[in-house]
Design a protein around this ligand. Structure first.
Ligand SMILES: [Zn+2]
Length: 249
């Protein structure tokens, strides 16, 4: 049951037919882990926290750098060199003190994933590190946890939803097989503009909220945003039977 204060606070969400009070209660009961509190994790965590998610796990072992500030809008000059997950938790607590926030101020590894992923309802991949992306994908498959992946460089962004509880749902590795010779492209090497991250991180939060409130979220689809021309492209993708991560053989 929502308290009268919660009914008031979340009234613009509960008035949506596809959310309602039941949906708001589902958000309150939900546990979400956000891996990476950088450019994508900042907006995603802000919107999920504001929307009334009950428990947020924030994972990041990195510290705030002055070059993060143009896009990582939770942080300010005075916080440079402090831990991203710690500071994010502090700011989010001011935004909505009802959320139970757990800080994991270290980089995700196998052991952490094996411990925390079983505790949550959905995983947000907000990292910019390809090795961690494959690890998150693999661990979501193992623990049957829905995964919202986001990525952005330059003017371009993309996101996809992986639902291991649906038999034909393609995973990240179906789309991007591991290629050890592939260059590591991220915002350090290619640059990035903050609003592109706001769009992708916001969409990651939106997919998580739709999933948690029992609404349909498309699988087997990669959505690509071109922020220079303001255009979207939807690529249909297929589960690969030979995928080393999710394939059947
Ligand atoms: Zn796969």
């Amino acid at each position: 049951m929502l308290s009268p204060q919660e009914q008031l606070r979340f009234s613009r969400q509960t008035m949506l037919k596809s959310i309602g009070e039941d949906g708001q209660q589902a958000l309150k009961n939900a546990k979400v882990i956000i891996v990476g509190l950088g450019g994508l994790g900042n907006p995603a965590s802000l919107y999920l926290n504001a929307a009334g998610i009950g428990t947020l796990y924030l994972v990041d072992g990195d510290t705030i750098d002055v070059s993060n500030l143009p896009r990582q809008v939770l942080f300010n000059d005075a916080q440079v060199s402090q831990g991203k997950a710690d500071i994010a938790a502090e700011i989010l607590n001011q935004q909505n003190s009802e959320t139970n926030i757990e800080v994991l101020d270290e980089m995700l590894d196998e052991e952490l994933a094996d411990y925390y992923f079983p505790l949550v309802d959905v995983v947000l991949d907000c990292t910019d590190n390809i090795t961690t992306r494959y690890l998150i994908n693999q661990k979501c498959l193992e623990h049957k946890k829905p995964l919202v992946i986001g990525a952005a460089t330059g003017f371009d962004g993309q996101y996809m939803f992986v639902e291991p509880n649906i038999a034909d749902s393609a995973c990240y590795q179906c789309l991007f097989p591991i290629n050890k010779n592939a260059p590591e492209n991220n915002c350090q090497t290619l640059g990035i503009l903050g609003p592109v991250l706001a769009i992708v991180g916001g969409l990651q939060a939106l997919q998580a909220m739709k999933f948690l409130t029992g609404n349909k979220v498309a699988t087997n689809q990669l959505s690509i945003f071109d922020g220079f021309n303001n255009s979207w492209q939807q690529l249909s993708i297929k589960k690969q039977q030979h995928c080393p991560a999710c394939g059947n053989d």
